[in-house]
Design a protein around this ligand. Structure first.
Ligand code: FE2
Length: 199
């Protein structure tokens, strides 16, 4: 026999629809006892938010191309682009959490990312594979260029943790992905060797 409760305690009911002012504004840093000055942490947060916006855009560019793939290399590039999407997603989490541990606020939502990113917006429609690859390589180079400058700046300021994230994770991952992607636009012969033309 089902026994229905006769009343619901207030503490058992979900309190939905709550609103309040935000507790920390974007662009501010709260004190964090990690032996780094506020100025250093603020500079690192600003830099990391830029590389975060660009990494989120590159991550999404990989998923777009993963879905919109076409042609004879469909299978390998469909899988490769999803692998790179996953690695870029890991970087996004790493960068965003680095920002928070410095006392800052990481950007998160697509409209904010769209405002900040330096990577050109692709069309909504489908593009040919060499164009997809060119877009990815350009996006990688934007990330690599800024990450190297930011890594040097972090090292100069004594923020070794940020320097390590940028060098060991962002730069190394992006350089490796560039290699795997770039080799797909080498016009290598598939059946008949073409080497003698280079002599
Ligand atoms: Fe998929």
């Amino acid at each position: 026999m089902n026994k229905r409760p006769t009343s619901v305690a207030r503490s058992a009911a979900p309190l939905t629809g709550q609103h309040a002012h935000e507790i920390q504004a974007f662009g501010t840093v709260v004190p964090m006892p990690i032996a780094l000055s506020e100025k250093t942490r603020r500079e690192s947060v600003t830099n990391l938010n830029q590389v975060l916006a660009d990494t989120m855009t590159l991550r999404d560019l990989y998923k777009k191309h993963h879905w919109q793939m076409s042609g004879p290399t469909f299978y390998q590039l469909h899988l490769l682009f999803d692998k790179h999407f996953g690695e870029q997603s890991d970087l996004v989490d790493l960068i965003a959490e680095r920002i928070m541990m410095l006392g800052g606020i990481s950007i998160a939502m697509a409209p904010d990312v769209a405002e900040m990113t330096l990577i050109p917006r692709p069309p909504k429609g489908r593009e040919e594979v060499p164009v997809q690859i060119s877009r990815l390589l350009h996006a990688h180079e934007i990330v690599l260029k800024e990450a190297r400058t930011m890594a040097r700046q972090a090292a100069d300021e004594g923020d070794d943790g940020t320097n390590d994230v940028l060098v060991s994770n962002v730069i190394r991952t992006n350089e490796s992905q560039v290699w795997f992607v770039a080799e797909h636009v080498v016009d290598a012969p598939l059946v008949r060797a073409d080497g003698k033309n280079g002599k």
